[in-house]
Design a protein. Structure first.
Length: 608
């Protein structure tokens, strides 16, 4: 990206987000976690210098012309950051995926927003994890009309949830590696819970080549309605891989796939789960209170992943007239469970089920409509003044235990936070449909801006999409450590790249190309290396690679090469999630087709 004369190279943009240029953004008196009075409407901001604005590039907006800030005068717009009338950017002036303009005319959402999964039976090849099969690949990302129609027919929502689970004993030995191409020497569990492989209809290790990983075990999917069903999430502990699937939560031993405990069964379908687990391996799921079109997602159940025992249960209260529990989101933040409705949230003690507080309307007309949680952080996103000229969004950090507001960051009109790429450090992705712009920003623990990404690139993590609520953390393929954000680029054909971006400056540190023609997605940073998943293709299994994050050499080193014999299964998941823990790679379906004639796989585990 070129810079104007006398402009420091690659400086973050100004304006468009945060407080007006002549007014500093709101900050807490003591920063994140500092003691404050009980939750109240946002307080007046303390004195201090204005923070860098949001959005790239700065456009003349409701607060006048661009103002110089701590990063200097904004550079001119170009490339994917260009405003309408300049170069075609990530929104592009292109027709929709079926040759017709999108539902909003020529305006399409910014790049970096998820590729959108199709539903079984809708036009186009399967999506939800395979860039090569995504009908929206390389096109404007959000095409609502056809997808909403499909949703209304099916009556369901696709989620692609990624767990942050890890193996508590990474040194625990796994099955011994062998290069014998004849197979594993031990049968593969057919998924019936027996674990002995006696009725195995297919040996997934047959034809395995030297150097390829083994299928440690696999599981077949349960019977679901012909319209399909969700199978969200995947939790991995030191001993167990657990997963929700339609009306059950199932659990298997990480090494051999034998059932860890009997499935936990519910009377109606599971409609929401906590992405994370507590430090003592507790999770919470929500399920429907009936099967009719008027049923609500309002039944909560805690589950102990160590034993499979049900803990406390509760029914989610209804909110106001437009504050429904038909669709909810669940977030764990430390010892707190936040249940988000369409316009509010209710917090519970995740271990006892005791109600802690409500997060409701505040200020003149600010309604919390989405939440994101992590081990030590809870953020709330509110829509404010929706029917007024002052319409805008606000991001708040909350004390998870009390709901006390730690800081508030106001977005300029037109900007919407779509995703949280990282919860700690806090990295958010936003769009401005009116200006055809997107932005990725890092926020400090006190609510002020640390940096904004200034890399001229199309980023494409594998994200999910829901019509009725925002799944803020529903993106697979992003990772961050204290200093760096790792994002995958888009590739319409061939290999993509992973770009490392400084959280201090927003500038690119380095990038590395996928070792195959399939897309590569970051999963986690561990041991000074970025662990990434390289998708399978129709004739090659996926890979798990490790990329050194420090130094000058960032060549991917192969940790696992999955066998070609399972490439069709791995590549054929309609939508999926994956994780790496304890030297094993797990991949599971997150949307089941309901095809009775196919032996649909629920999950597979690979290892050496």
């Amino acid at each position: 990206m070129t810079q104007p004369p006398n402009q420091p190279p690659n400086q973050p943009p100004q304006g468009g987000f945060g407080a007006p240029p002549d007014q500093p953004p709101q900050q807490p008196p003591g920063g994140f976690g500092a003691p404050q009075p009980p939750a109240q409407p946002p307080q007046a901001p303390p004195a201090g210098p204005p923070q860098p604005g949001y959005g790239y590039p700065q456009q003349p907006g409701p607060y006048g012309q661009p103002q110089p800030g701590p990063y200097g005068t904004p550079p001119p717009a170009s490339g994917p950051y260009a405003a309408p009338g300049q170069q075609p950017g990530p929104y592009g002036q292109q027709p929709g995926p079926y040759g017709q303009p999108g539902p909003y005319g020529q305006q399409q959402p910014g790049y970096g927003y998820p590729q959108q999964p199709q539903f079984p039976g809708t036009p186009g090849a399967p999506a939800g994890g395979s860039g090569s099969r995504n009908p929206f690949k390389g096109r404007p990302a959000l095409v609502i009309g056809a997808a909403v129609a499909a949703l209304l027919v099916i009556g369901g929502t696709v989620f692609a949830v990624t767990s942050g689970g890890d193996d508590k004993d990474p040194k625990k030995p796994v099955a011994q590696h062998t290069d014998d191409p004849k197979g594993s020497g031990s049968p593969v569990d057919p998924g019936d819970g027996g674990g002995d492989g006696g009725d195995d209809p297919e040996d997934l290790n047959a034809g395995r080549q030297p150097g390829e990983s083994r299928v440690l075990w696999y599981k077949t999917a349960p019977d679901v309605p012909r319209s399909g069903a969700d199978a969200p999430g995947m939790w991995i502990t030191g001993k167990t891989v657990a997963k929700a699937a339609y009306k059950q939560v199932v659990a298997y031993n990480v090494g051999d796939g034998r059932p860890t405990w009997e499935p936990v069964t519910f009377p109606q379908k599971i409609c929401a789960i906590t992405r994370d687990r507590t430090s003592d391996d507790k999770v919470v799921v929500a399920y429907m209170n009936g099967a009719s079109d008027r049923a609500k997602c309002n039944q909560l159940q805690q589950i102990d992943l160590a034993t499979g025992q049900k803990g406390w249960a509760a029914e989610i209260e209804e909110g106001g007239l437009f504050d429904s529990a038909r669709d909810v989101e669940l977030s764990i933040a430390g010892d707190t469970l936040m249940v988000g409705r369409s316009q509010s949230g209710t917090a519970y003690d995740v271990r006892t089920g005791k109600k802690l507080y409500d997060k409701k309307k505040y200020g003149s007309a600010c309604f919390p409509e989405a939440f994101a949680g992590g081990p030590n952080r809870l953020v709330s996103l509110a829509s404010c003044d929706a029917t007024k000229p002052t319409e805008h969004e606000e991001l708040q950090a909350l004390d998870p235990k009390t709901g006390r507001v730690l800081w508030t960051q106001k977005l300029d009109k037109g900007w919407e936070v779509k995703r949280v790429y990282s919860i700690d450090p806090l990295v958010i992705y936003s769009e401005n449909d009116d200006k055809n712009q997107w932005n990725i920003a890092t926020i400090k623990p006190d609510g002020t801006f640390r940096s904004q990404v200034s890399v001229n690139e199309h980023f494409a993590p594998n994200c999910t999409w829901a019509v009725f609520e925002r799944d803020l953390r529903g993106c697979f393929g992003t990772a961050a450590d204290a200093d760096t954000l790792y994002l995958p680029t888009d590739a319409t054909t061939g290999a993509n790249e992973v770009v490392a971006i400084s959280l201090a400056t927003g500038k690119e540190k380095w990038r590395v190309k996928s070792p195959s023609d399939a897309s590569m997605y970051p999963m986690r940073v561990e041991g000074g290396k970025l662990v990434a998943y390289v998708e399978a293709s129709y004739d090659a299994g996926g890979q798990v690679v490790a990329i050194p994050v420090a130094g000058t050499t960032h060549t991917p080193a192969k940790l696992l090469q999955n066998p070609e014999s399972t490439a069709e299964i791995e590549h054929g998941f309609y939508s999926w999630t994956a994780d790496w823990a304890g030297g094993r790679f797990y991949i599971s379906s997150t949307r089941l087709s309901g095809n009775d004639e196919a032996k649909e796989k629920l999950m597979l585990a690979f290892g050496k």
